[in-house]
Design a protein around this ligand. Structure first.
Ligand code: PHE
Length: 339
């Protein structure tokens, strides 16, 4: 009996199983009802009484050893199975990478937010436009250089189908479709046939504002723009209006803000003038009101338009316009904390 126990113990040391059913076969061979170790327990009654104590202990140790070995192999096989399937259920999960908003969207949304607080609503129009909405209704003379092939992208050589060069085209649409009072903000993408460089691109983004009502004056325009500049760039910001020219506004002006980098003291960014230009504006020309079916004796209005890229450069000091359309995640991720 002792020899048999010894040889079974040696066999247990050699236990190996590549699969769970091989392991089950081992269990059946040694530990099941008809197994070899179980058989020894049956034979135990023939052991002489004086040896029962010693052999009994040996048998118990043998049975436990077999059971422990089988359990150990089973654990090993099960954890191996998990990794074979390529899924480790015990691994801590990867964090889901969060996207970021595009800086132009961040700034556009901020502009919209500022103007919606004083009652402006959003209007959008098509990027592919006709000559009437982009130029004619807006008082561009037939020979105006902006209509030239060099500025405007025409579609299939048809002079009446073009990509809008400014969001003022939405002005014409809104004035034709709605009756005053009108107070809208028109954000959108515009196209101009320019060579791409760090400071110019063939497409960019604008936000146009339009307000038409009775007795609207230049003072209203100036006050709204001052409110915008302070909300966008900080309470200390000052504005300055310089006379300018746009076919669709009269009088027209360009607005500068005190340089938000040097606080107006003068730095390379503002070319040592202390001021940076941010938008064009003016009182809607009566010819435009007439072309769009609004009585210019009863109503007046103002309009302004700004480049979203320009404002974004001022806020975040992006030196190269091309970065906005390259979608390099290393650039975009820098705006993660912005909003
Ligand atoms: N549309 C003009 C531009 O593209 C900006 C502008 C809008 C000027 C409204 C005056 C009034 O430059």
């Amino acid at each position: 009996m002792q020899d048999k126990i010894k040889s079974l113990s040696a066999e247990i040391d050699q236990f190996k199983a590549a699969k769970l059913d091989e392991l089950e076969a081992l269990r059946i061979k040694y530990l099941s009802k008809k197994g070899e170790i179980t058989a020894l327990f049956t034979d135990f009654r023939h052991v002489p009484n004086e040896q029962k104590r010693e052999i009994g202990q040996l048998l118990n140790v043998l049975r436990d050893k077999a059971q422990d070995k089988i359990n150990e192999l089973k654990d090993a096989l099960e954890s191996k199975q998990v990794s074979v399937a390529g899924v480790d259920l015990t691994r801590t999960p990867d964090l889901i990478p969060l996207g970021t908003r595009h800086p132009l969207s961040i700034v556009k949304n901020e502009i919209i937010d500022i103007f919606s607080r004083i009652g402006f609503t959003i209007e959008e129009g098509p990027e592919v436009e006709d000559d009437w909405h982009v130029f004619e209704a807006l008082n561009f003379a037939p020979e105006h250089p902006a209509r030239d092939m060099q500025d405007t992208f025409f579609i299939e050589q048809n002079p009446d189908v073009l990509l809008r060069t400014h969001t003022s085209s939405v002005q014409s649409r809104v004035m034709k479709a709605q009756k005053p009072p009108i107070r809208v903000l028109c954000p959108g993408r515009v196209y101009r046939n320019e060579a791409i460089s760090y400071r110019a691109h063939c497409f960019f983004h604008q936000v146009e504002g339009l307000y038409i009502d009775k007795d609207v004056s230049f003072v209203d325009l100036k006050q709204v723009l001052l409110y915008f500049a302070k909300e966008m760039f900080g309470e200390h910001t000052e504005i300055r209006l310089r006379p300018s020219y746009f076919p669709f506004t009269e009088p027209s002006a360009e607005m500068d803000i005190s340089c938000n980098l040097c606080g107006g003291k003068g730095c390379p960014f503002c070319k040592h003038t202390g001021w940076v230009e941010i938008l064009g504006c003016g009182m809607v020309d009566p010819n435009v009101l007439k072309a769009c079916g609004i009585d210019s004796n009863e109503y007046t209005g103002y309009a302004f338009g700004m480049g979203v890229e320009r404002i974004t450069n001022l806020k975040f000091q992006v030196k190269d316009l091309r970065l906005f359309s390259e979608n390099d995640v290393r650039f975009l991720q820098q705006f993660q904390a912005a909003y």
